[in-house]
Write a protein that binds this ligand. Structure first.
Ligand SMILES: O=C(O)CCC(=O)C(=O)O
Ligand SMILES: [Fe+2]
Length: 364
């Protein structure tokens, strides 16, 4: 029984749902110490219980390997730690990793947070990875899959300091702020895209909303004809700007596809989309891009990340974006520890030289 088969809440196009709206009505599985999990009621928000916080942070404390100096050892240690997570948490994360959630996200709330370092002006100082929250994030990630780094993006690190950067303010990258970050699948262009996008909030900004639209909600608002069209290979997509900053060449070139926007089971659809970089190969396909964006604007829900929260985005079943916000560029700005998990490490082996944790740029 998978969570996607549970009845959906009625869609109201006049409302942009918040995470609060999406809180489960029933008590969280195992909340009263019961180890049994009813996978039909997997919560999209997991409020960590005090004992779960204590256990998670104790595991994070033991994770002393450097993710930069020894990425493989770090990931192995995080993976071992993930096996020792409290039962309810491990079960909820595994369920999310394999079956998704109604909202295409899972928000872990109320992790303890020590005062983070001042927000750096760019992603070159790699500060997030040394915080306790990021270590806890690695353990959470490894309960959902395996962390990997991408050589071509974010200096090839397991963790990226996601901060507003003045020079990139108007860019369609995670370092932007002054314009809406348009709707996308993370790495829509790449077949080695992550399965889970993991965002741990060290500092928030009240205007920075992470928007998410699950594929099933999109399809509920499409006609049967449009649903069929979306499953045909009718779109090409360019390579993300953030992967081009290092001047890398890609084996598969700079334009990918044609590919389908929707794939997977009728009752558990997957999605690949990029508002900025996709084009239709026919006029009809081109018009569908605007159609998807219109539905996204009406039906998306938003999360305003707060310090101590970790947002997991299902990069197969949901697409995401972010509102614009106004940074101060004074060390107090939004600061997110960004990382990625994939479920099947073996599938990416050809792209990871010497079985390292890094997907070589040419294979992205
Ligand atoms: O800033 C955010 O909340 C999301 C940005 C984004 O698209 C990402 O991290 O992949
Ligand atoms: Fe993204």
């Amino acid at each position: 029984m998978i969570s996607n088969t549970a009845p959906m809440p009625p869609a109201d196009p006049t409302l942009e749902a918040t995470v609060d709206d999406l809180m489960p009505q029933a008590p969280a599985p195992g909340g009263q110490g019961a180890p049994q999990v009813d996978s039909q009621r997997v919560p999209d928000v997991v409020e960590l219980q005090p004992h779960e916080c204590v256990e998670l942070m104790a595991l994070a404390e033991e994770l002393t390997v450097s993710p930069t100096e020894a990425p493989e050892l770090f990931c192995r240690a995080a993976h071992r730690a993930a096996r020792r997570l409290p039962d309810r948490l491990a079960e909820v994360l595994t369920d999310f990793a394999y079956h998704g959630s109604h909202t295409g996200t899972l928000l872990l709330d109320r992790l303890p947070l020590l005062e983070p370092p001042p927000t750096p002006p760019d992603n070159r100082s790699h500060l997030a990875e040394n915080t306790q929250l990021a270590r806890a994030q690695a353990i959470i990630n490894h309960a959902c899959g395996q962390m990997v780094a991408y050589e071509a993006e974010g200096h090839g690190r397991l963790y990226q300091d996601m901060v507003p950067n003045r020079a990139m303010a108007l860019s369609q990258t995670s370092l932007g702020s002054g314009v809406e970050l348009e709707l996308h699948t993370e790495q829509a262009f790449s077949k080695l895209r992550p399965d889970v996008l993991s965002l741990a909030c060290l500092r928030g900004h009240p205007a920075a909303k992470t928007f998410v639209l699950p594929a099933h909600v999109l399809l509920e608002h499409m006609t049967p004809f449009e649903r069929k069209l979306l499953r045909r290979d009718l779109w090409t997509t360019g390579v993300d700007g953030s992967f081009k900053l290092g001047g890398h060449e890609f084996k598969e070139g700079d334009v990918r596809g044609p590919l389908a926007i929707i794939d997977g089971a009728e009752d558990d659809p997957t999605i690949v989309f990029d508002q900025d970089l996709m084009s239709g190969v026919t006029e009809e396909a081109g018009a569908m891009i605007a159609r998807v964006v219109d539905i996204y604007r009406a039906e998306r829900f938003s999360v305003t990340l707060e310090p101590g929260q970790i947002l997991l985005v299902d990069n197969l079943r949901a697409v995401h974006g972010r509102s614009p916000f106004t940074p101060n560029f004074d060390g107090s700005d939004r600061f997110i520890s960004r990382s990625f998990a994939i479920r099947d490490l073996v599938r990416t082996r050809y792209a990871r030289p010497a079985n390292s944790r890094t997907i070589a740029a040419e294979f992205s």
